[in-house]
Design a protein around this ligand. Structure first.
Ligand SMILES: [Zn+2]
Length: 290
């Protein structure tokens, strides 16, 4: 891919070459520090979301995924990708994994991680994957967290007002239960990668394994308090009853209706974009390696 073809706009802070620098050598990545760009919000690289999504769909279809458009506004499309399991030991119980990204339009690492995941195409053979690479394409066109109408979609899942979330919930209602959900995010304030775990049935946790793998490619935020919640080694296990909160994020809908275990992954967006993409991809790969 030449620079002119790159779906990323703006310079990559690591190699200043092209988008595929997300495959940069590890020794290049580990030298990086916080950039100090983000002061009141995200001020890093932006992406051409339409080009990224086009490339994700083309790559996924080449790898025999099925793509579906479940919502459309203007020239923005909401895409769901489906990968059937290649082999199933027990036909009644494929591992169903739901992965979403791009619900906040100022978090480009998520859709780029989705692109890298479909490009690498390394999935457990018996896994059925549902991948939604961008839940807020409108927000990416203006590099803003909210949708074009100013709604934070990740607070709209209990009593949805936005057409996007209504369409997403309608799509989710057509899906079987998931064994695991992974929601890919970025945090412009954080000092490193961290994650939220929801695991009400106390299944074997995947959190420590993800942190162990991610810290080889990205710093971990070791703060004892992140976003107002107690954190330990980059892991937040919120004790929450979704019914106590009126403004549900996507993860609350998922844990209430579609899955009994899941993780919200937060890459630190004051670090170079390739580091964040690699952190998200590493966490997803670690979670799937069960
Ligand atoms: Zn987010």
């Amino acid at each position: 891919m030449t620079r002119g073809d790159s779906p990323v706009t703006g310079d990559c802070a690591v190699c200043r070459v092209e988008f595929l620098c997300v495959f940069a050598a590890l020794h290049e990545i580990l030298r990086v520090q916080k950039l100090g760009k983000n002061h009141d919000g995200y001020h890093g690289e932006t992406i051409d979301i339409r080009a990224v999504l086009d490339e994700i769909v083309i790559t996924a279809q080449r790898n025999r995924w099925i793509s579906e458009i479940f919502h459309e506004t203007g020239d923005c499309k909401w895409i769901a990708l489906h990968r059937a399991p290649i082999s199933i030991t027990d036909p009644q119980s494929p591992i169903r994994i739901y992965i979403s990204a791009g619900i906040h339009g100022d978090e480009p690492g998520g859709p780029l991680a989705a692109l890298k995941l479909v490009h690498e195409n390394r999935w457990p053979e018996n896994a059925e994957i549902m991948l939604l690479p961008c839940l807020n394409p409108g927000g990416f066109t203006t590099n803003q967290r909210e949708n074009a109408g100013g709604i934070d979609l990740n607070r709209d899942y209990r009593h949805p007002k936005s057409a996007e979330v209504r369409a997403h919930i309608a799509w989710l209602e057509r899906q079987p239960q998931f064994g695991l959900y992974l929601c890919l995010h970025e945090d412009w304030e954080s000092h490193g990668f961290y994650l939220y775990e929801q695991n009400p049935d106390r299944k074997p946790s995947l959190a420590e394994k993800m942190i162990t793998v991610v810290k080889t490619v990205c710093p971990i935020d070791l703060s004892e308090n992140i976003e107002g919640r107690a954190a330990h080694g980059g892991i937040i296990r919120p004790i929450l009853n979704p019914l106590d909160r009126p403004d549900w994020p996507e993860a609350f809908y998922l844990i209430s209706h579609k899955a009994r275990q899941g993780y919200t992954l937060e890459a630190p967006s004051d670090f170079p974009l390739p580091v964040r993409v690699n952190a998200l991809v590493a966490a997803v790969n670690a979670a799937m390696d069960f």
